[in-house]
Design a protein around this ligand. Structure first.
Ligand SMILES: Nc1ncnc2c1ncn2[C@@H]1O[C@H](COP(=O)(O)OP(=O)(O)OP(=O)(O)O)[C@@H](O)[C@H]1O
Ligand SMILES: [Mg+2]
Length: 355
């Protein structure tokens, strides 16, 4: 396998007695889109700032292209950062914004012009070169910020919440554009997001973080299908979690005694939960299924519906229902007796993550 473009080795970061990052080890491959994902305050921006050189790890090393970065200041690192609250200079035109970094590097006008033109082409803003930022849409301003980073030809682009300032529709469009751009330009992206759907849609691999620690590093499908613990399962997509007692056979709260299929991996010690995603629970619009329930809200989403049902002990869970099956449910009154069956081959038994 190719040498990692970025190696983060046992990096911890303390602010006073607060631990923002704890023993993070991650290798990022050249040419990949790598996402740092986790709830607010988990340390994503701090880790990105350590890579960029705006923060210094308290312990551990960061290597870029095999070179130790400890003594290398931000402007000498082969990376460029697009900040969380991306800002463009309001008093400069689009092309002046993009040219700024090169000018600061002392490059001549004749060298700068073609580079700026190329970067603006890459983000499809060629015809807006003379506009001022306040004459652009949010998505276009976002692309100016990108062009400003790309024009310096970094090996790696560090993007902190690149799409958070955009509305939902524009965000979807920009997701696809960013992925296309990354493929065209070939630089590695390390992007920070707290939006799991953004990470799943864009990233080749995702590091899920919580409280300064790495919880799981995997590709999107593995994270979704084989989460390492209850926190990851809950953070990525929708999931129903049931407290478990005993081992084989074990009892899941609200569901009773269950046999997991042979080969299911059950951690031998510690508190466990049974995790099952809404699409692996079947909802019968009558009482023919094995587990009785009462119908709750039917959340119609077009292609699918996400339906809340209440089990006999009062526990509410989410069940996913295909479009075709939704009308039969909508015809029933709230609280109607229904039933569910679980596809336990798709369930997992996971360790409970510490708080
Ligand atoms: N300079 C600092 N001094 C003290 N604490 C800091 C400093 N910078 C960050 N922190 C703390 O470190 C933790 C991680 O912050 P960080 O900005 O990395 O979070 P984040 O994961 O990017 O969150 P968000 O999604 O809200 O941007 C937070 O609790 C934050 O308050
Ligand atoms: Mg942040």
């Amino acid at each position: 396998m190719a040498e990692p473009i970025i190696s983060i080795r046992n990096v911890s970061k303390y602010f006073g007695d607060f631990t923002a990052l704890e023993d993070i080890t991650i290798d990022i491959r050249p040419g990949e889109i790598f996402a740092l994902l986790g709830p607010s305050g988990c340390g994503k921006s701090t880790l990105l700032r350590c890579i960029a050189g705006f923060e210094t790890p308290s312990t551990g090393d960061i290597l870029i292209d095999g070179k130790d970065m400890t003594e290398v200041p931000p402007n000498k690192r082969p990376v460029n950062m697009v900040f969380q609250s991306y800002a463009v200079f309001p008093h400069m035109s689009v092309e002046q914004n993009v040219a700024y970094g090169l000018k600061m590097d002392g490059m001549s006008k004749s060298e700068i012009a073609p580079k700026v033109a190329e970067a603006l082409e890459q983000v499809k803003l060629g015809q807006f070169a003379k506009r001022m930022p306040d004459q652009l849409s949010g998505g276009q301003r976002q692309r100016v910020a990108l062009a400003r980073a790309l024009v310096k030809r970094p090996r790696v682009l560090l993007l902190d919440e690149p799409l958070s300032a955009l509305d939902a529709k524009l965000r979807d469009a920009m997701r696809l554009e960013l992925v296309k751009l990354q493929q065209e330009v070939g630089v590695s992206f390390v992007m920070v997001t707290h939006d799991q759907s953004e990470a799943l849609a864009m990233a080749d691999r995702i590091a899920v973080m919580k409280d300064g620690r790495l919880r799981q590093l995997a590709d999107p499908v593995t994270l979704y299908e084989r989460p390492a613990d209850a926190f990851v399962a809950d953070f990525i997509g929708r999931v129903n979690l049931f407290d478990v007692t005993g081992r084989a056979p074990f009892t899941a709260k609200s569901l009773g005694a269950l046999e997991l299929p042979p080969g299911a991996e059950v951690p031998p010690v510690g508190d466990l939960v049974l995790a099952i995603r809404p699409e692996y629970i079947h909802l019968h619009p009558d009482t023919s299924g094995p587990i009785p329930a009462k119908l709750g809200d039917v959340g119609f989403q077009g292609d699918i519906s996400v339906v809340e049902v209440t089990l006999s002990d009062g526990r509410a869970i989410l069940v996913q229902v295909e479009h075709d099956e939704t009308p039969a449910l909508l015809a029933l009154p709230l609280g109607a007796p229904v039933s569910i069956s679980l596809d336990l081959t798709r369930a997992s038994v996971l360790p409970v993550s510490d708080a």
